[in-house]
Design a protein around this ligand. Structure first.
Ligand SMILES: Cc1cc2nc3c(=O)[nH]c(=O)nc-3n(C[C@H](O)[C@H](O)[C@H](O)COP(=O)(O)OP(=O)(O)OC[C@H]3O[C@@H](n4cnc5c(N)ncnc54)[C@H](O)[C@@H]3O)c2cc1C
Length: 406
């Protein structure tokens, strides 16, 4: 195609689609974004609680899940970190970095969205919104049929994401039509559900914990931070970080348990700690001994679950009682039965397998001049800017390849 006027259509004007469009545009090509919403980048506005945590300085593979992690590893590197940071610099974003998390200095997600859309428009990317695509065919060129129009293009980029937060199956279905397989999408970065009567009692508690994920009774992973105890189960970033693995295990009919350590700040022997505290407080009631260590609602719950009356003195407890209390304090075990689903999930796991694309430029091995980017691919990251991080990298790599074509 060198020398010819090449046309590229990007379906989806979200994070990855916008980054791709800007990088792809040059004076010899035509780049068109077809977006179903009335404006591009709507989801960007709700990211990071409206502040948009758009990247993480610790851009390493450990923060990602994929069924082809070895392939993903090829693009999660320092070169692509520089690619993303240079890109944001080039469109005028001034970063504010807090504990490795990147935000725009304005603390407003709209800064990112507007910078992307305005820059794209300024360099000549065409953005067509409110489109309703009915079908896409390929006969040497792509034919994109909408309810109002038919577009043709040399390249097609799928950037429509998956099912999280009222997403849709469009991208998956088009990828399937072009001979791709799809790994079942599942909710990720999402709250987890259990089925315990006591959830009503602990609803509303927020506290710093250490949580461990067990699948079929095997320890898998640990996470730290603030947990939110709710009437359906558990939430909070430390839970989100485990939720992708949890949903995959539940999907495979495996047994999933989360064990909570409510006193992660005690490093030494807990029996000794309790006994020292008992001596210091002159043998108080057990509830007085535990008050001040954990949320008072949890004190009541743990004593109820251990069948120990609140006014019993610590010295009157049996060894078994003390072990029970310690177990609830450090290994509070919840059986997880489900998650809160796609509508509450920030992202999805699953999608188009990475071994069906050339990871260096996101082009499809299945269809000529087809690219797949962003969340539509089988990549999901932890909270902390990792999901947008992959959206930018994949969009930019595809954009570079398209730009290089003429
Ligand atoms: C509440 C929330 C908070 C989040 N916070 C963060 C955060 O702080 N940091 C972080 O890294 N990640 C965060 N994420 C995840 C991040 O937003 C996504 O991973 C990222 O937006 C994915 O980029 P994408 O380009 O693949 O898809 P999207 O950004 O979702 O873009 C897809 C676009 O395609 C359009 N589209 C869909 N179907 C069609 C169709 N048929 N025709 C035309 N257009 C279509 C959509 O309207 C949308 O504009 C958050 C997600 C949510 C829901």
């Amino acid at each position: 195609m060198v020398g010819d006027f090449m046309k590229t259509i990007i379906i989806g004007g979200g994070a990855s689609g916008l980054a791709c469009a800007i990088k792809a545009k040059n004076k010899n090509n035509e780049i068109i974004i077809l977006e179903k919403e009335s404006k591009c980048g709507k989801k960007i506005l709700v990211t990071g609680n409206g502040k948009c945590n758009y990247f993480n300085d610790d851009f390493t593979i450990d923060h990602y899940n994929s069924n082809n992690k070895d392939i993903l590893n090829e693009v999660i590197n320092e070169d692509n970190k520089k690619l993303v940071l240079d890109f944001f610099d080039s469109i005028g974003i001034i970063p504010k970095i807090k504990d490795n998390y990147y935000y725009p200095v304005t603390n407003q997600a709209i800064t990112i969205r507007e910078a992307l859309v305005n820059y794209a428009l300024k360099i000549g990317v065409k953005i067509i919104t409110d489109v309703n695509i009915v079908d896409i065919n390929y006969n040497g060129k792509y034919e994109i049929i909408t309810t109002d129009n038919t577009y043709t293009s040399d390249n097609l980029v799928l950037a429509t994401s998956l099912l999280a937060m009222k997403g849709n199956e469009f991208g998956m279905n088009i990828a399937r039509k072009f001979n791709h397989s799809v790994i079942e999408p599942l909710p990720a970065l999402v709250q987890l559900k259990g089925n315990e009567k006591y959830f009503k009692e602990w609803a509303g508690i927020r506290t710093d914990v250490n949580v461990s994920l067990y699948i079929n009774d095997n320890y898998i992973k640990n996470s730290e931070g603030e947990i939110q105890l709710t009437d359906y189960g558990i939430s909070g970033i430390c839970i989100f970080q485990l939720s992708s693995l949890v949903n995959k295990a539940l999907y495979d009919n495996k047994k999933v348990n989360i064990k909570i350590n409510f006193i992660p700040w005690i490093n030494n022997n807990i029996k000794e700690f309790l006994s020292d505290r008992n001596n210091k407080l002159n043998n108080p009631n057990i509830s007085d001994l535990l008050d001040g260590m954990i949320n008072y609602k949890l004190v009541n719950l743990i004593l109820d679950l251990s069948n120990i009356s609140r006014d019993k003195k610590y010295n009157e407890l049996t060894n078994n009682d003390i072990n029970n209390i310690i177990n609830y304090l450090t290994n509070f075990d919840i059986k997880i039965i489900d998650s809160m689903g796609f509508d509450k999930a920030q992202v999805c796991s699953g999608g188009i397998p990475l071994n069906e694309i050339n990871i260096n430029n996101m082009s499809s091995y299945k269809n000529n001049n087809l690219y797949i980017i962003g969340e539509l691919l089988d990549v999901d990251g932890e909270c902390g800017g990792y999901n947008l991080g992959f959206a930018w990298v994949s969009g930019l790599l595809a954009g570079i390849d398209i730009n290089d074509k003429n």
